[in-house]
Design a protein around this ligand. Structure first.
Ligand code: SD4
Length: 327
């Protein structure tokens, strides 16, 4: 390790140790060697997605990196045609095209994203290729699709019979109205800490059903749908993306944690910021989840009904998030 980096890391961990509310003392020298209780590895994800968090946990418990864990975890939902908010089987835009958005961010603040991507089942993996194999952060539309083929991804029809039938039904009235908590899973945002203590995150979606062709939401926007800072923690969002973009929600939550808020407090503050821009009782849903460097987690939403998965050595659980509006 370079000396500067080492010094930076040491002073950071020292600051973290002495400011921590979770101080536990070392058996041998209670005064001089306090240690923090860090929960790792750990993975969390928006909504009740046990197969996805299970996959990520397999990677983490085999000493895999947080980056591999979040990529492989969310790929489960992208390939699941029963999840109509992500990947293959996702609901189309108003013209019947399934267009996907995704982004990924690693421990070194490298990031990659694809927006308005068609015909590719795993946008998260294309986003990772953008991050690792190009000097860019984001590729859009046809360019992203051509790049994916160049990287060996296969062309596939993403519109399933079920999503097509629902779209045809929707076309009879063509009324665009996002429905709150339409299912028990939705856009998937995932955050993980690996055995090394490093954090990564991923977020992937087919966006709002029946959106105007070309619309891109928060999910692939670094800072909005996802943000990771390996010194602090990570956050990710689900819900009406326009509102998350307006407040740069995930970045806000990470910055609040940097200032000392717990993940739970930071998620609540992120939701309140959105409320403050929309009057007291907005009729849309936003859910945030967050994790800090210690492996503490939090989640909060506007409307009741949002939950998130947590998988660590302590178990694999679905947590109901508190909501601003009570049920
Ligand atoms: C978007 N945030 O495209 C995504 C959609 C979503 O639950 O999360 N739906 O705005």
């Amino acid at each position: 390790m370079k000396r500067r980096k080492f010094l930076k890391n040491s002073s950071l961990s020292t600051a973290g140790i002495f400011s921590s509310a979770l101080l536990t003392s070392c058996e041998t020298d209670k005064k001089l060697k306090p240690v923090t209780e860090i929960i790792k590895p750990i993975v969390i994800a928006t909504w009740d997605v046990p197969n996805a968090t299970d996959k990520a946990w397999q990677v983490l418990s085999n000493t895999g990196t947080a980056l591999d864990a979040v990529e492989q975890g969310v790929m489960i939902e992208e390939a699941d045609i029963n999840n109509q908010s992500v990947g293959k089987g996702g609901r189309p835009d108003r013209d019947g095209n399934v267009t996907l958005d995704a982004c990924i961010m690693d421990k070194d603040s490298n990031c990659g994203a694809v927006v308005y991507l068609q015909n590719i089942v795993h946008p998260i993996s294309v986003a990772r290729k953008v991050m690792e194999d190009t000097p860019h952060v984001m590729l859009a539309g046809k360019g992203a699709e051509l790049f994916a083929y160049e990287k060996g991804f296969e062309k596939e029809n993403l519109l399933t019979e079920k999503s097509r039938a629902e779209w045809l039904e929707w076309k009879k009235t063509s009324k665009y109205q996002p429905v709150i908590n339409i299912e028990n899973h939705d856009t998937i945002g995932m955050l993980a800490i690996d055995a090394n203590g490093d954090i990564a995150g991923a977020c992937t979606t087919s966006g709002m059903a029946y959106k105007i062709g070309g619309r891109v939401g928060d999910s692939p926007i670094i800072g909005a749908g996802l943000f990771v800072d390996n010194e602090v923690g990570g956050a990710t969002a689900t819900g009406v993306g326009e509102e998350v973009v307006r407040t740069v929600g995930s970045f806000l939550i990470v910055e609040l944690m940097r200032q000392g808020k717990t993940p739970q407090e930071a998620c609540e503050e992120g939701v309140k910021r959105i409320i403050s821009k929309n009057g007291e009782k907005p009729d849309f849903q936003i859910g945030f989840i967050a994790i800090n460097k210690k492996g503490e987690t939090g989640g909060y939403c506007i409307q009741p009904g949002f939950s998130y998965r947590v998988y660590s050595e302590k178990g694999h659980i679905n947590k109901t998030a508190g909501s601003y509006i009570s049920s």
